[in-house]
Design a protein around this ligand. Structure first.
Ligand code: TGC
Ligand code: FAD
Length: 393
């Protein structure tokens, strides 16, 4: 069943005027693509827990794979605000579609571009940008999520390469990935990044089933049973936890923008419904309690928009700190989840039905508030930044 997308943009503080003409064009084209290709079909795919694989070509064509990667490597060569806008518009459709684009861009293309050899960049980046191959990012393990420094996956020297042993869990796109950026410890205990290719002997990617969240996004494990990794598949440009964490800075930044898209969609749906639905002879929107919800939603969305716009300006100038990014990711994802929960209530029973996108957004955001660093971990990152004292250990 195809759904009609009635979304209207509410720009209460005229944030639009802070954007360039190019940013506005990008927003319009991605919004139009989402309206045509994503929102009519995504509910059915989510209900069936199926990834709409046919969208990969379209995502590549709108520049969602590597927006800020230079054009010489197949990227779109755009700035960080453009990247954020693309994530916002995609997540207005579904967090899982945004996940596909942010993993490919920030967790696969970014590390290859930033830490890869020239040969690795030429070999993988143009194909990733075109969506000819899909990547995933393996950091989390069954026993180590928030604390990746304790990872158990190992790389042991053998001939002209390494043997990779261990496993990763909760990996977005694992079941469909052609390559995986995997972080593991060498014999000196130093974290290194390697590019694992599908088809390498001993490498498998079992799917994680029965999720109630991000149902249209494939999630799985990465299992390495003595996988031989040739030297040319090791990322030469980085060692230590700062390798994967620097990729997370980029992905978390995109999520801070993306979450606003989900919130905008929920707010717009709730506003329209509250104006159309009558109880006690009046529209729901005429009751003070419902106006309070709507007014607070729009206030929080507007604050979040300004937060990411400023963060984008800082990021374009290479001045955004990891702690500033944590603050925005944490604030905006909780904001979106709160908006989704309030919007769902405004719709009453209709709020639980797939004909409206709210419940899907709400369930998706339960993952978004956990992945890329949990809500609590981001608070502790802010706490460490402002006090100088780590409360992690
Ligand atoms: P700590 O001792 O603080 O740091 C170790 C080294 O890393 C450096 N560093 C960073 N570098 C770049 N960016 C950052 N954000 C960095 N944070 C720390 C740090 O300077 C140090 O460098 P050096 O040179 O001195 O060695 O590390 P810690 O072990 O105390 O851990 C800190 C903590 C807890 C904040 C961190 O490990 C953390 O962020 N944990 C959360 C894990 C996480 O976010 N996992 C995400 C997995 S990927 C994912 O979820 C993808 S979802 C995809 C989707 O579908 O969209
Ligand atoms: P844990 O680390 O076990 O934490 C459990 C709880 O304890 C949390 O509430 C946490 O905040 C709290 N906690 C932990 N440590 C502390 C502390 N020091 N102080 C206070 N509280 C603490 N990972 C990848 O590598 N690649 C991916 O592509 C990827 N995709 C994902 C997709 C989905 C759908 C999901 C749900 C997860 C994905 N993840 C991925 C994993 C994700 O990054 C982790 O789930 C996340 O980092 C948290 O780890 P954990 O689930 O092991 O929770």
């Amino acid at each position: 069943m195809a759904f009609t997308d009635k979304f209207q943009y509410h720009d209460y503080y005229l944030v639009e005027e802070l954007l360039s003409e190019e940013h506005r064009l990008i927003r319009e084209s991605v919004r139009a693509w989402v309206k045509k290709e994503v929102t009519p079909i995504i509910e059915d795919y989510a209900q069936r827990a199926e990834f709409p694989r046919h969208l990969i070509d379209g995502l590549a064509q709108i520049g969602a794979f590597g927006p800020y990667i230079p054009t010489e490597y197949g990227g779109a060569g755009l700035d960080q605000i453009a990247y954020g806008i693309i994530m916002q518009e995609l997540e207005r459709g579904d967090s899982g579609i945004r996940s596909t684009a942010s993993v490919q861009s920030s967790l696969v293309m970014f590390p290859i571009y930033t830490y890869g050899s020239e040969e690795q960049k030429r070999k993988y980046l143009p194909r990733l940008a075109k969506g000819e191959i899909i990547g995933c990012f393996g950091l989390t393990e069954p026993n180590h999520g928030s604390d990746p420094a304790s990872m158990e996956t190992t790389l042991k020297r053998k001939n002209h390469g390494y043997v990779l042993q261990g496993s990763k869990m909760w990996i977005t796109n694992a079941p469909i990935a052609d390559i995986a950026i995997v972080w593991a410890k060498d014999e000196e205990g130093v974290i290194r990044g390697v590019i694992v290719e599908r088809g390498m002997e001993g490498f498998s990617t079992p799917e994680t089933r029965h999720k109630w969240s991000l149902r249209a996004s494939p999630t799985g494990e990465l299992v390495f049973d003595n996988v031989f990794i040739p030297e040319e598949n090791v990322l030469p440009g980085v060692e230590g936890l700062k390798g994967p964490l620097s990729c997370l800075n980029s992905a978390r930044y995109g999520i801070a923008w993306g979450a606003i898209g989900a919130a905008m969609d929920c707010y717009d749906t709730a506003l329209r419904y509250s104006l159309e639905r009558h109880q006690f002879g009046k529209p729901l929107a005429s009751f003070q309690l419902q106006q309070k919800k709507l007014a607070e939603m729009l206030t929080e969305i507007t604050k979040a928009q300004l937060l990411v716009w400023r963060l984008g300006v800082l990021k374009n100038a290479h001045r955004a700190t990891p702690a500033q990014i944590s603050m925005a990711k944490r604030n905006n994802v909780l904001m979106a989840l709160t908006v989704a929960r309030e919007a769902r209530q405004i719709l009453g029973a209709m709020g639980i039905i797939g004909e409206y996108s709210i419940m899907r957004h709400m369930m998706n955001l339960e993952s978004v508030i956990t992945y890329e660093g949990t809500h609590d971990i981001h608070l502790l990152i802010t706490g460490l930044d402002i006090t100088g004292i780590s409360a992690f250990k």
